[in-house]
Design a protein around this ligand. Structure first.
Ligand code: C5P
Length: 218
């Protein structure tokens, strides 16, 4: 059977990473967190002390950064210049800066080429999560899922995960989605995507529904 590609898109805080990782584990497939790639690129630019509006300098820094992404769902590591940066890329500095870096077309072109290479080299299939996977990165994916959840639930989940105040978290999610909407379409499902509203659903329930969708798409 041909290796399968599952594209999972949606705004921040919908539980994309958690359910995508579990789905990949259950399928024996690889897992790619494209958000981690934009975050690692952002960290490279921040470490270089660059003004993020200097798009040429940021692009050069991202081209020269040595980025490695582990695609085993049990251990999806991110390395920058050989060292793990998994915690740092999810910290407040990178989170505040990532939309600006992800908005640079040359940075996107570079990372999208890398994403397509990783997808093409996944022998047992791959679950890929992000904002533009179904529309741009892998428009021929075997299954496209658009995850949503209402704003209050997204903020609640993210504040529990990061141990942050719910009001600040809600404001941060809204700010990031608005900033991202200049580049991708976090509030829109890709053509052909199945919309899955996860409000009120537990993790296993969401993963079960995704598996059913995948079986139905056979
Ligand atoms: O998914 P996560 O919240 O880790 O993504 C971090 C950021 O990376 C997003 O807010 C967005 O700016 C960017 N991103 C993107 N395209 C993707 C995935 C993430 O622009 N496919």
């Amino acid at each position: 059977q041909q290796a399968r590609v599952v594209a999972v898109d949606g705004p921040s805080g919908t539980g994309k990473s958690t359910v995508s990782k579990r789905l990949a584990t259950q399928l024996g497939a690889a897992y790619l967190d494209t958000g981690a790639m934009y975050r690692a690129a952002t960290l490279a630019a921040l470490r270089a002390g660059l003004d993020l509006t200097n798009t040429d300098a940021v692009t050069t820094a991202v081209h020269h950064a040595k980025l490695d992404f582990g695609t085993t769902p049990a251990d999806p590591y991110t390395r920058l210049d050989g060292a793990p940066v998994d915690a740092e890329i999810r910290g407040p500095e990178v989170t505040a800066a990532v939309s600006a870096v992800a908005g640079i077309p040359a940075v996107r072109a570079h990372l999208i080429a890398e994403q397509r290479r990783i997808i093409a080299e996944a022998p047992a299939g791959i679950v890929v999560e992000g904002r533009d996977i179904g529309e741009v990165v892998a428009p021929d994916a075997d299954l496209k899922i658009y995850l949503t959840a209402d704003e209050a639930e997204r903020a609640r989940r993210r504040s529990t995960e990061n141990n942050t105040d719910i009001t600040t978290t809600a404001a941060d999610l809204a700010r990031r989605d608005t900033a991202d909407a200049k580049t991708t379409k976090p509030h829109e499902a890709a053509p052909g995507a199945v919309i899955l509203d996860t409000t009120g659903l537990g993790i296993e329930e969401v993963v079960d529904r995704m598996r059913r969708l995948l079986n139905d798409s056979n």
